[in-house]
Design a protein around this ligand. Structure first.
Ligand code: MRU
Length: 367
């Protein structure tokens, strides 16, 4: 995507600095636009843990590039197999909910050992090639998801005699989260490009406010009409007929179609179901986990620092500040994700087409 006339991915490697993974620092947006240089596996781990790079596809790509950095650390004394397996375990453990991270890391690891490579240069070249492929594929996935999602938006607009389509989204499944384009935003941008009027209701997405901070930043940059709402306002808007479709991303989809996404997504799905509003999840095949079925029992849900709940970050007088929003010593819990059961999901928009959120459609998709 373009920022101030410059084209960016949210994670990348510059040809002229091939030993550095670059990321757009999502933790400082929208207050400042910074690029971070990651030079080691630890740097990648910290950037993912601190959510400087976040969003399921983007952390997968960052993890894959992290494996490439691990290959650069090989010396003559390194036990290569042990070193790379340790790096893969370490990176995969960084955030547990998005399956994309461990899938991408494992893919790089396996690609190295599937060939009989022993020279450091060959191992690094292979790791970089596969990580780049993973990155390019995620962007391509978004393009295809955009094409399929566009048709849903077009249909709704036709039903409204060409009226504006009101899309409600939660968290950020835009280009920052997906390296480029975004799973939720690609259909929106394509609809805009086709002259279909769209408007996006953006949930603020407490506690870290990815909706307010990142989705609003992206939509403003693309001049897409949008309105920021509190996380709890969506139900009322749905009751008043002000939402035509709910469209979110996901961090993991089980074999039976249950979806983990940022906390609060489930409540939107419940409200959408009560109001007969279609709830769609836009996700690449790299977010599916066919090894598990029941999302509530099986998807690991990340618990983050309580301070993310007891404090809030914003800007005042040009300075970024954090303030406490509750009495001192208030106990807080911070479940990062929740599970939307398949029965509440109208469809999964993937790069291979739109499917039902059920086992037979999902297994079929991978055959
Ligand atoms: O904790 P985050 O900000 O990484 O959570 C991200 C989400 O919940 C996104 O919706 C998800 O990763 C999908 S991005 C296509």
């Amino acid at each position: 995507m373009r920022i101030d006339g410059m084209s960016y991915r949210s994670v990348w490697i510059d040809n002229d600095e091939p030993d550095i993974v670059k990321i757009i620092d999502q933790a400082s947006l929208p207050f400042s636009f910074n690029i971070c240089n990651l030079r080691s596996v630890e740097d990648v781990y910290d950037a993912i843990a601190d959510m400087k790079v976040r969003g399921a596809p983007a952390i997968g790509v960052a993890g894959a590039f992290g494996m490439y950095l691990a290959t650069l650390e090989i010396t003559v004394r390194t036990n290569i197999r042990e070193h790379l397996h340790n790096a893969a375990r370490y990176l995969s453990s960084c955030r547990p909910t998005a399956i994309n991270l461990s899938l991408a890391v494992t893919k790089v690891l396996n690609s190295i050992f599937s060939e009989d490579l022993s020279r450091k240069e060959d191992i690094s070249r292979k790791a970089l090639l596969v990580a780049q492929e993973i990155s390019d594929n995620e962007i391509n996935n978004c393009k295809e998801i955009g094409r399929y999602g566009l048709e849903i938006i077009r249909k709704i607009s036709l039903q409204k005699n060409g009226g504006s389509v009101n899309i409600l989204t939660h968290c950020n499944a835009g280009w920052l989260a997906c390296v480029d384009l975004g799973t939720v935003t690609a259909p929106v941008y394509m609809a805009r490009d086709k002259g279909i009027p769209v408007h996006v209701w953006v949930d603020e997405t407490r506690p870290r406010n990815q909706g307010a901070r990142l989705t609003c930043f992206e939509l403003a940059n693309e001049e897409i009409p949008h309105t920021l709402i509190t996380d709890n306002a969506g139900g009322y808007l749905m009751q008043k007929g002000m939402v035509d479709i709910v469209l979110t991303g996901t961090d993991r989809i089980t074999r039976s179609g249950d979806c983990a996404n940022k906390t609060g997504t489930y409540l939107k799905a419940l409200a959408a179901s009560d109001n007969n509003i279609p709830f769609y999840v836009a996700a690449p095949s790299t977010s599916f986990d066919l090894n598990i079925s029941n999302g509530i029992d099986s998807i690991p849900i990340e618990e983050r620092d309580a301070e993310e709940v007891t404090e809030i970050e914003g800007i005042a007088g040009g300075r970024v500040i954090r303030v406490r929003i509750c009495p001192e010593n208030t106990k807080a819990s911070n479940y990062g994700f929740d599970i939307t059961p398949a029965r509440l999901i109208k469809g999964l928009i993937t790069e291979k087409g739109i499917i039902n959120a059920n086992e037979s459609d999902i297994v079929n998709l991978f055959n």
